[in-house]
Design a protein around this ligand. Structure first.
Ligand code: PHE
Length: 341
């Protein structure tokens, strides 16, 4: 047999037509099976033979014919698979299962936009020598509250609407539950960040969610002061917002820090904008010098060591940088949102 005439483009087209027609006319699975055997049986299948013969063609000829042959094979395989579904037999007939049939293209996923920003933040802090820690999302009220200087019945507990599982266990309302845990585990000096999910009984709106992400960070050593914090957070905003932005801190109350403050960065705008509401500053997170009581709970001597801690929402950073208008989108599973990142 003359192989080149066998493998002409006209011949391939003819075969495609022939098989697609036979597939469309097949009335049941056994008829479809016959078509499958005629095309792909290992010894005598017409398409299998062609694929085999391709190997022996002269390089030029091969380059010309191979893409058409591949295409032919794929068309027939897909038509067979679709017809099989149409005939209502997808699972029972094991003998006809062909693992080489390409699946329908369901698209390739990618990393969630919140995870993308978490990874970036982790890289930044890793480069400054911070450990990246993990902690429980369901935790005792000791680590959630008492450990971070919020005693039982103290009004500060109302700062967060916590989901209690029982009197002593709660879904963590902040990643600060990991402060004392980390101190007890690693002692001082200590530099760590803790990203993770937190929960609060919030009324959902564009900026509030019952489930959200936080980033805790702390640095404890001898002689640590607010100046260290300013430096780290300056570098942070320069990296994540832009080189020109400035940072400011203003007094704020959190029971686990003294003094406590909130930190903001300078808005991109020159005057009024919706993001900073005309103030020129964007509120970003809470921070402060770790309260001596918290160091003591962490078995660290507050007379020898001092440190700062901060907390902020990485989703908020992603929202600012990528102009995402609504926090609820992150957990919506909405592909129209996710596919943009
Ligand atoms: N845990 C605080 C909150 O959830 C944030 C914070 C962390 C403030 C560390 C100060 C120091 O709002």
């Amino acid at each position: 047999m003359n192989m080149t005439s066998e493998l002409s483009l006209a011949n391939l087209n003819h075969l495609a037509e022939k098989y697609l027609e036979r597939i469309s006319l097949a009335k049941d699975i056994s008829e479809l099976e016959q078509v499958y055997q005629a095309a792909f049986s290992r010894k005598s299948g017409e398409i299998s033979n062609i694929m085999h013969e391709l190997k022996d063609l002269a390089p030029d000829k091969k380059k010309e014919i191979a893409p058409y042959a591949q295409d032919l094979r794929q068309k027939i395989e897909t038509a067979l698979a679709n017809k099989k579904i149409q005939l209502g037999d997808v699972s029972q007939d094991q003998t006809f299962f062909d693992a080489t049939v390409p699946s329908k293209d369901s698209g390739r996923g990618h990393i969630h936009p919140a995870t993308q920003v978490i990874w970036e933040i982790e890289d930044f802090f890793r480069s400054l020598g911070f450990m990246i820690l993990d902690g429980p999302e369901v935790d005792s009220t000791f680590f959630n509250f008492e450990g971070v200087n919020i005693p039982k019945d103290h009004p500060a507990r109302d700062m967060q609407d916590t989901f209690y599982l029982d009197e002593n266990i709660a879904l963590r309302p902040h990643t600060s539950n990991c402060q004392v845990r980390a101190m007890r585990e690693y002692g001082a000096p200590l530099r760590a960040i803790v990203p993770g999910r937190c929960y609060r009984n919030e009324n959902r709106d564009a900026r509030h969610e019952h489930t959200f992400l936080q980033f805790e960070g702390f640095m404890i050593d001898e002689g640590i002061s607010i100046a260290n914090f300013r430096d780290v957070i300056d570098q942070f905003f320069k990296r994540f917002i832009n080189e020109k932005t400035e940072t400011r801190i203003r007094p704020g109350y959190f029971p686990f820090v003294e003094p406590g403050f909130e930190f903001d960065f300078k808005c991109f705008c020159d005057g009024f904008c919706g993001l900073c509401k005309g103030t020129g500053w964007i509120e970003f997170g809470g921070a402060g010098m770790i309260h001596p009581n918290v160091l003591k709970h962490g078995h660290i001597d507050p007379d020898k060591f001092s440190g700062w801690a901060f907390g902020f929402g990485p989703e908020r950073l992603a929202m600012i940088r990528k102009q995402i208008p609504d926090l609820r989108l992150f957990r919506s599973g909405d592909l129209r949102f996710l596919e943009q990142f």
